[in-house]
Design a protein around this ligand. Structure first.
Ligand code: HEM
Length: 178
């Protein structure tokens, strides 16, 4: 997984929880201190270990941590690549273009990025249905990113999802503009 996701996660933990929680996560008791650079690539399992560390220190559910990280991450990602938002009209518009535009551009910038699949199955101005497929099972993060997009556009949306299959992991999202 891209190092930028790790460096953003560290800042997120410092801002949303505490510096102590972030230090504890980066200096675990096994003595293997962790260092991440934005340009690096690290195993996805390491991100999971960081999230689990915050869960243990703060007593917050893993899903809650990933969800709020998603909300936070959207704003950070578009600051890294503002051109991705040029011409974007609404939250639904942006979310519907994750697979066909945003992540395609991300892949051009970072060929080593491992991106999920989002297939739009129904779309109108205020409604979207899409199928998320990824062995990373990060639908909670995806929901957070969608909510982050809504904050960006100052819109209110409702996002629901239902796991269709565990392996290969597929999840149906329904997104409504309120
Ligand atoms: C609402 C909009 C978006 C959604 C729902 C979304 C969803 C996701 C999800 C769920 C992942 C985790 C990987 C997985 O599940 O397999 C991911 C990874 C990623 N996304 Fe997006 N994304 C969105 C917008 C963006 C934007 C605007 C950028 C701009 C730079 C971006 C760049 C990335 C990058 C760099 C990764 C990490 C890939 C890796 O580590 O290998 N995404 N995205």
């Amino acid at each position: 997984m891209k190092g930028a996701v790790f460096t953003e996660f560290i800042e997120f933990v410092e801002e949303s929880y505490s510096f102590d929680t972030a230090d504890k996560m980066l200096e675990p008791e096994d003595g293997n201190n962790k260092i991440y650079t934005q340009a690096g690539n690290y195993p996805f399992e390491e991100l999971v270990a960081l999230v689990v560390s915050v869960h243990k220190t703060e007593g917050v559910e893993v899903g809650e941590i990933l969800y709020s990280f998603g909300v936070y991450l959207f704003g950070k990602l578009i600051r890294m690549a503002p051109f991705l938002m040029a011409g974007a009209e609404s939250t639904i518009d942006v979310i519907s273009k994750v697979d066909t535009y945003i992540h395609i551009e991300v892949k051009k910038l970072y060929p080593e990025a491992e991106l999920p699949k989002f297939d739009v199955t129904q779309q109108s101005e205020n409604y979207l249905e899409m199928i998320y497929s990824s062995d990373k099972k990060l639908e909670v993060l995806a929901k957070g990113l969608m909510m982050g997009a809504a904050q960006h556009f100052k819109e209110e949306i409702e996002v629901e999802y239902e796991v269709l299959e565990e392996e290969p992991h597929t999840v149906k999202f329904t997104i409504k503009k309120l």
